[in-house]
Design a protein around this ligand. Structure first.
Ligand SMILES: CC(C)(COP(=O)(O)OP(=O)(O)OC[C@H]1O[C@@H](n2cnc3c(N)ncnc32)[C@H](O)[C@@H]1O)[C@@H](O)C(=O)NCCC(=O)NCCS
Ligand SMILES: Nc1ncnc2c1ncn2[C@@H]1O[C@H](COP(=O)(O)OP(=O)(O)OP(=O)(O)O)[C@@H](O)[C@H]1O
Length: 200
């Protein structure tokens, strides 16, 4: 039986970097955050819901998402963030389910920033948390996205705490730049492969 494995981590923890390593091993990865972004500009129902809630300024003239406008609202007002999530997440779950059905692998990964917050982790056989010291995460995101420390902290605050995530995770990857990432991924790949073969 094909296993489904959730993978998450706070902003800047390195979860996408970890998923790229799994992809090199041939493991299919569903990037929920990318699909969310895609659906937000293509799914008509979703677009209407977002416009109603955040105004027509939620989209730019070319139809792309006005990220600055939306993030300035949702990351300073948690109720607005909950609203946005309640529009986007059901659409992402549907896309994820149909993607999983099309895969042919011993196991697949579902990468999502809000795996635990959204409750989608309950659907998976196992869930992995990628973790890194907060200082490193802030520095990486400031550099990657060219945003201020304050903006990164706003997002960190809107996500579940590391302790809560750790309590829900089955496996843990430490991306602190001291323990090699590739070795940790290979160990998990071995474990998931064995577990999938045992389930057959
Ligand atoms: C708010 C938006 C417009 C900000 O866009 P922006 O390009 O600045 O950020 P990006 O999407 O690349 O996200 C960067 C990181 O921010 C954090 N983040 C994004 N959305 C959320 C959220 N809803 N709650 C908490 N943290 C979030 C995550 O760590 C994410 O990896 C965008 O993230 C969005 O549309 N989010 C809602 C959809 C969603 O829930 N996405 C993430 C989970 S599927
Ligand atoms: N071990 C590492 N050493 C140095 N840089 C790293 C390391 N791991 C990740 N990075 C860099 O840090 C940044 C954040 O990593 P990545 O995009 O994988 O994180 P993420 O958890 O997916 O973040 P987000 O939630 O914001 O999407 C990237 O620019 C990445 O190249």
């Amino acid at each position: 039986m094909m296993l489904t494995i959730g993978i998450t981590g706070g902003i800047g923890s390195g979860k996408t970097t970890v998923c790229k390593i799994f992809e090199l091993l041939g493991i299919p990865v569903f990037y929920a955050d990318d699909v969310a972004k895609h659906l937000m500009v293509t799914d008509e129902i979703l677009i209407d819901q977002i416009k109603l809630e955040f105004g027509s300024a939620a989209y730019l003239e070319d139809g792309s998402l006005n990220r600055k406008h939306i993030s300035s609202i949702v990351f300073s007002e948690s109720q607005k963030l909950q609203k946005l999530n309640s529009f986007v997440h059901p659409a992402v779950f549907r896309a994820m389910d149909s993607w999983v059905k099309k895969q042919n692998s011993l196991y697949v990964l579902k990468e999502a920033a809000l795996l635990f917050e959204s409750g989608s982790y309950l659907q998976n056989n196992y869930n992995v948390l990628v973790s890194a010291p907060e200082k490193a995460r802030i520095a990486r995101v400031m550099q990657r996205d060219n945003i201020s420390e304050e903006k990164v902290l706003e997002r960190i605050k809107s996500q579940m705490s590391e302790e809560e995530k750790l309590a829900k995770a089955d496996f843990f990857i430490n991306n602190n730049e001291q323990e090699f990432l590739i070795m940790q991924v290979l160990k998990l790949h071995h474990i998931f492969t064995e577990k999938a073969l045992k389930k057959d």
